[in-house]
Design a protein. Structure first.
Length: 425
């Protein structure tokens, strides 16, 4: 019976393999090759075989391959292990199986060092696989398919030499790291939305209505109440969120808490933009027509929260996908203190000139990069060009926002419609 596993080796790692013979620790490839070919473990290296690389200096061969293909990725090689049961096979056969395994799995594209260790009751083979192919420079990524192939070929060789094989492999039912963190973040969002709904409700019915307005689906089954977030695959029971979120505790929290304003999560809260000072200026008639128009529009749609959340009509829900754009434009107008369309037009022209200047500068730097033969200077040019990208994106974004605001306002002026009469796309 053979068991396999594969480890990644990086340029910078915290854990050092226990038995490293060579004191030169400047190269991770050298560390792992010296470990697997340790004289005390391999009968003075009689059980060490190099495939597609130099026998006397395999790590030098692997480094040369990386230099040829300019591979400086973080993962430099992979360290695989194949272990057998105690007293199951001879040392020679163990090493022979290791060589055949390496040739079948990696031998056609990668440099491999195979070493059989005899220092433990169970014989085991170590493999150091260069992460860069000597054929075309492509990377070995050690995907799930690669790990399954390593296991299948190892089982095939065990059957060939009449060794025991684990016929039924246990499959883990655990979820992936990505799914785990996704579920964990969703539960945090649900708990936060419940807290906000409690602060904005005075009755349990209003609490349910607030959650429905946020897009939740509420299911009642006997004494259990479940909430389904719009991005979740299945609902979550309230009592599974903790002692503070069972229905009886929620009732007590609704009854006992003081009513607070501006607790609803909205666009401006998410983007850390304080809309309240501008809203107070609006109520005091201190804003101009353009600014007043945007704020009154957002208030009617509920983007700027009222004291008590209201349920949107069907027609309003159809326009929700446009709200983020309108909110972004509102923030843009208020932040730059625009009061007329002429100011927006002037700002657009300045941004357009700035954009052209940045694009020309980036083009000149790229031309220098292509002609440069000095690697350090070339890298400096690349970093300089890269630093201009965020500035170019920002200018393009501002120009697009100015065009959208001018076009929308011009249509309203031509049609002589007030903001309260309807929404013009």
């Amino acid at each position: 019976m053979a068991v396999t596993k594969t480890l990644t080796v990086r340029k910078r790692y915290n854990q050092v393999i226990d038995y490293v013979v060579n004191t030169n620790k400047t190269n991770p490839l050298n560390n792992n090759i010296n470990y697997v070919s340790n004289n005390e473990k391999t009968n003075k290296q009689e059980l060490v075989t190099c495939i597609n690389c130099f026998d006397d200096n395999p790590h030098h061969s692997m480094i040369a391959t990386k230099k040829i293909f300019h591979d400086d990725k973080e993962i430099v090689c992979f360290h695989a292990i194949q272990s057998f049961l105690p007293n199951e096979l001879s040392i020679e056969l163990c090493h022979q199986i290791g060589i055949e395994l390496a040739q079948k799995v990696w031998g056609d594209r990668f440099e491999v060092v195979v070493a059989t260790h005899t220092d433990k009751p169970h014989l085991h083979n170590h493999f150091v696989i260069n992460a860069t192919s000597f054929v075309d420079g492509k990377r070995y990524c050690n995907t799930k398919a690669d790990m399954n192939r390593l296991k299948d070929v190892s089982d095939e060789l065990c059957r060939k030499y009449h060794l025991s094989v684990i016929e039924e492999h246990s499959h883990s039912k655990s979820i992936t790291h990505k799914q785990y963190h996704h579920n964990k973040s969703l539960r945090s969002i649900i708990k936060n939305d419940i807290d906000i709904a409690i602060q904005n409700s005075v009755t349990l019915t209003e609490f349910y209505r607030t959650l429905e307005n946020e897009g939740y689906e509420i299911t009642f089954k006997n004494t259990d109440i479940s909430l389904k977030h719009i991005n979740a695959k299945r609902p979550v029971r309230l009592k599974s969120l903790g002692d503070d979120y069972d229905i009886e505790t929620i009732k007590q929290r609704i009854i006992s808490h003081p009513i607070q304003d501006y607790q609803q999560q909205n666009y401006f809260d998410k983007h850390k933009f304080d809309i309240l000072p501008f809203w107070l200026r609006f109520k005091n008639n201190e804003l101009t027509g353009l600014q007043k128009y945007y704020l009154s529009y957002l208030y009617k749609f509920g983007v700027i929260p009222k004291k008590h959340p209201v349920k949107l009509t069907k027609e309003m829900k159809q326009e929700v996908k446009y709200l983020d754009m309108i909110c972004e434009h509102t923030k843009f107008i208020l932040s730059n203190n625009f009061t007329t369309l002429d100011q927006i037009q002037d700002y657009k022209e300045k941004q357009y000139s700035k954009l052209k200047e940045l694009e020309n500068k980036k083009r000149l730097i790229r031309n220098k990069t292509r002609r440069c033969k000095n690697l350090s200077l070339k890298q400096q040019y690349q970093e300089e060009a890269k630093s201009l990208t965020p500035l170019i994106k920002s200018s393009r974004h501002d120009i697009k926002a100015c065009d959208a605001i001018i076009n929308r306002t011009s249509i309203l002026v031509q049609q002589k419609e007030k903001p309260s009469k309807g929404y013009i796309r």
